[in-house]
Design a protein around this ligand. Structure first.
Ligand code: ZN
Length: 571
């Protein structure tokens, strides 16, 4: 990929990312002053929008890291900071000038606007269908972001793609290039290592310093190869090294997700997750891994639909966040991710699932607990626990690997058979069978019985959180199906005061039955039954809506304040 096309890129464009990084650094000190107490009326509209993100200190235990590793961590954080500026520029070419203007405005409203700009990484509110919250000179959010020329149309770019062949087409439609106009007004692909050269050189320098500080070989290898990739634009080797990481520090840095490219989903956005591996949870995962075949062998479905020989597990990491940047820190915070996206790497190595435990806990304390206060009957509220919440999330991920993946007696995958009904049903399967599995493990003495006692009420509270985000996507719809099924089975009831309660005697049976129903639809490839289930149960019923209506003061998500990163950088 290093056979780079080298058009003349104006100096100002190349420096843009650095300008942005400097503006963010200058602005963020003032912008991160503590928010006024939540019981005061918000002073402005933007202040009210911002209150939906509860500011939370995100910390990770680094006391077990030797000095050299902490220093390496500091260098990695500094490399990650560069991703903020790069991402801001990727979202919108107008970001640098708006940021400079906002940073100079020291009025309370100006500072709030800057703060909300940094939360959203741009002047559009991601929670509100990208409605602009800054009026001066802000257009609607460009669906092509800053990946394609502002004056181009989707059709023009598509026609140009179609006119290309071979390597030129691969470059133009690849993850790691932006499309710009050349001197004659035609379109041309500019590789990231050219377009973002100066900023990437700074990030690479920090990664190299980190590599020289760490004594962990797999970490050093990833850092060196990723630094090379920033300069060569060839990310393959460093993606492989990332899959092979086995170190106390687990960084993920570079261009990854393609959601900001709403035209084609081709172009990768810069981001960083700087994390510390959670050894206790990693050990728990290993313990669960040893139980999976035993769980498969007793799934509550017809014995012929069970898989006598489960395949290898996709790797799962549990980590705690020290710092995130760029795409990873825009709008609603990422709680888990699957990477890499490059099919050449996943074909060879698979993908790695990374769970961000302290981010999940922050969401649990600041969003889920307040939801439980509103949604659950009083006796159930005190049983809600983070341990149950997180253990169920781990089990959800593992259960994606269990149950039927092919239609019984055929080569057809369940995905092919169920088509558009597949995703929501598969998510519901992972949730409900995760509860089933944890009950089995508690019955067998593999996990503490307290988790099984608290997981049902915890799941019930989290159902409202998922449905609140909408039932148009797979997770929310799948959760609505489960909640309504449990209501119809009398395993969850609505009290006179509108709160919801788990019926202890009925819940385990209903959970096993729904696990059976869903997995049987998958085993038989019964799309009609799946569509019927999603259509009748994947809805928001009035009693659920009444609870949602009472959640207006509960934060939607968190705004991370990176306490450990600050401590590391100021040592
Ligand atoms: Zn899932």
């Amino acid at each position: 990929m290093s056979a780079a096309i080298r058009p003349r890129v104006p100096l100002s464009v190349r420096l843009g990312a650095v300008v942005v990084a400097a503006a963010v650094a200058a602005a963020s000190c003032g912008a991160r002053e503590p928010a006024p107490p939540a019981d005061e009326e918000p002073a402005s509209e933007v202040e009210a929008m911002m209150r939906r993100f509860a500011p939370v200190e995100i910390a990770a235990d680094i006391s077990h890291l030797p000095d050299n590793e902490v220093q390496a961590l500091g260098e990695i954080i500094e490399a990650a900071e560069v991703m903020d500026g790069l991402f801001l520029e990727q979202v919108w070419a107008g970001s640098p000038s708006q940021l400079v203007r906002l940073a100079a405005d020291r009025t309370p409203e100006g500072m709030a606007t800057l703060h909300y700009f940094l939360i959203n990484k741009g002047p559009w509110s991601r929670l509100d269908d990208n409605e602009p919250f800054l009026d001066r000179g802000v257009p609607p959010k460009p669906p092509q972001a800053n990946y394609y020329p502002a004056d181009a149309t989707r059709e023009e770019v598509e026609r140009w793609f179609d006119s290309l062949g071979g390597e030129a087409r691969r470059q133009a439609t690849g993850f790691f290039s932006v499309i710009r106009r050349d001197a004659s007004g035609g379109l041309t692909a500019v590789p990231y290592n050219v377009h973002y050269r100066s900023a990437l050189a700074i990030a690479a320098e920090h990664l190299r310093r980190a590599a020289s500080l760490t004594t962990q070989p797999s970490l050093r290898r990833y850092l060196e190869l990723r630094a090379d990739a920033f300069l060569s634009n060839d990310y393959y080797d460093s993606d492989i090294a990332w899959m092979e990481l086995d170190a106390s520090i687990e960084p993920t840095i570079g261009p990854y997700e393609t959601y900001e490219d709403e035209w084609f989903s081709f172009k990768a956005a810069f981001e960083a997750f700087v994390t510390i591996r959670d050894d206790a949870e990693t050990a728990k995962l290993e313990r669960f891994g040893a139980e999976l075949q035993g769980l498969e062998d007793t799934l509550p479905i017809d014995a012929r639909y069970r898989n006598p020989q489960l395949g290898g597990l996709a790797p799962i990491r549990v980590v705690n966040v020290v710092f995130t940047a760029g795409d990873a820190n825009s709008g609603v915070q990422t709680a888990a991710f699957n990477l890499p996206n490059d099919e050449r790497v996943t074909a060879e190595k698979g993908a790695k699932r990374t769970m961000l435990k302290n981010v999940q806990e922050a969401k649990f304390q600041n969003v889920l607990r307040p939801i439980a206060e509103v949604a659950l009957a009083e006796a159930d509220r005190e049983r809600v626990s983070f341990d149950a919440f997180f253990t169920h999330i781990l089990m959800h991920e593992l259960m994606h690997g269990l149950g039927p993946h092919h239609v019984h007696g055929s080569q057809r995958t369940v995905r092919e058979a169920l088509t558009d009904a597949n995703s929501a049903l598969e998510e519901a399967k992972a949730d409900i069978s995760g509860l089933w599995a944890l009950q089995q493990l508690a019955d067998r003495g593999v996990i503490e019985p307290e988790i099984a006692r608290s997981m049902y009420v915890t799941f019930l509270a989290s159902a409202f959180r998922s449905i609140r985000f909408g039932i148009n996507e797979a997770h929310g719809k799948g959760v609505a199906v489960q909640l309504n099924y449990l209501l119809d089975r009398g395993a969850v009831v609505v009290r006179d005061d509108g709160t919801f309660a788990v019926v202890d005697d009925a819940i385990a049976g209903a959970v096993a039955d729904l696990t059976r129903d869903i997995m049987t639809m998958q085993a038989t490839g019964d799309r009609d039954a799946a569509v019927e289930l999603l259509g009748t149960l994947g809805v928001v019923r009035p009693e659920v809506q009444r609870v949602l209506d009472r959640l207006t003061d509960v934060p939607v998500d968190i705004e991370p304040l990176f306490a450990t990163a600050k401590e590391v950088l100021h040592r």
